[in-house]
Design a binder for this molecule. Sequence first.
Ligand code: CA
Ligand code: CA
Length: 194
Amino acid sequence: MKSKILGLMAAAAVFGLFSIVARAGTANVLYGDKDCFGIPAQGGSPCAVGLDFGNDLGGAFFVDYRTGGDPAVTDYWDAGSKSFTINFALPAGLTSATLDLFHAGAGTAGPGSMLINGVSFGSFGGGNNRTTLTSYDILAVITGSTLVSINLSSTDGWALDYAEIRMGTVPEPGTLALLGLGLAGLGLSRRRKA
Ligand SMILES: [Ca+2]
Ligand SMILES: [Ca+2]
């Protein structure tokens, strides 16, 4: 009987751990769309990192590829600084928060500065016309109204396909409470049967 109870407890523990892993949340907020800068030749599909905007993708510089609900600062190869605010419901219990920017250009005149909610995140750009994914750890500064300010001192051209905030959250408290109750119950039943 004892080994049977121990087996049950082990199974419950494994199930409990699995529940915690399964319930640890993620949430993504997409600003703009992943359609390779809206370049018509790409047919609305996402594109890979490291491709030349003009030669590989068929994009044209200083052309507005925005459609429908595209935010003003995306899918438009233009010059200089871009600033935008991502508004969303901030989840409770954040364990990680990353801002991804998928962009091309802003290279010939040197890097500019990057501010997120007024805090400096170093430089931006300095690359070339190739598609680039740049990620920032923004856990320390994230709010439900996250302001991204990319400041270029020159009139160098560049385009932003999309921005995305990816977040991780702790397990729901309800899951932990249920696991605790379950283990306590098993402990009691084991004591009674012993
Ligand atoms: Ca678009
Ligand atoms: Ca886009």
